[in-house]
Design a binder for this molecule. Sequence first.
Ligand SMILES: [Zn+2]
Length: 298
Amino acid sequence: MEVYGGVEAGGTKFVCAIGNDAGELIKITQFPTTTPAETIGKTIAFFLEQELPLKAIGIGAFGPLDINPGSPFFGTITSTPKANWRNTNLLGSIEKGVGVPVVLDTDVNAAAFGEYCWGNARDLDTFVYLTIGTGIGGGAMVNGKLLHGLLHPEMGHIKVQRHSQDDVFNGICPYHGDCLEGLASGAALESRWGMKAEQLPADHPAWIAESFYLAQGIVHLIYILSPQRVILGGGVMHQKFLFNRIRSQVLNMLNNYIQSDKILKEIDTYIVSPSLGDEVGILGAIALAVNKFGEIIL
Ligand SMILES: [Zn+2]
């Protein structure tokens, strides 16, 4: 069995792990995201300490990222609001530091790929993975391939219609104000209500607008990508009651227009949480490496 490294490079923390080609984690660690030099230094040190020889490393990273192999800036974090991370060559520095091949994709595409290999998207070729955490982002597989396109999708920045009882909050997106991320991310909830998502009780009015916004984002994605399933991860979705509220709002908004039993009769298995749970990001990163440099054991 081959051993691979994975890095879930997040804006607040880095998770590093080694695992095998069957999706089993062997060792995992995490540390806060500080400066690029310190954080990447700790990442490289973690892999160099391992006794098992690594075949390759996969990284799922926050972005925006340049993941176009033809670009001179391939492998770098580009226009991130985290100023000291701008133009950081994540792929190149880890590849050079550890001395094994590295593959990089967005954190959400990595998570989507993890669910495709070992989770709730195993039997599908077109689906969406949306994370609702500090920010909102989405990864997609379309016809069996992760979607990149021009750069990569930015599903968190979809424009949504304001809820009638939520007209005073301007939203927190530095680029768009009240886009989906600006209104419905964990950071937006905290800014709007002065409490973190996990502290807001189920009967709090925050959740009425929250499920309305998330359902709109999902409905747009259903219309555009025709996904066979929608997987919702991230810290905000730890509030499990949100799932049923989102499902019923999605059904309302679609209004029977999409004639598929998967939605009309099986919405509980159409909009789901990641079956890899909170390990979806790190397992996805490992899955990217196995897929590119080895063979996935399903
Ligand atoms: Zn935005």
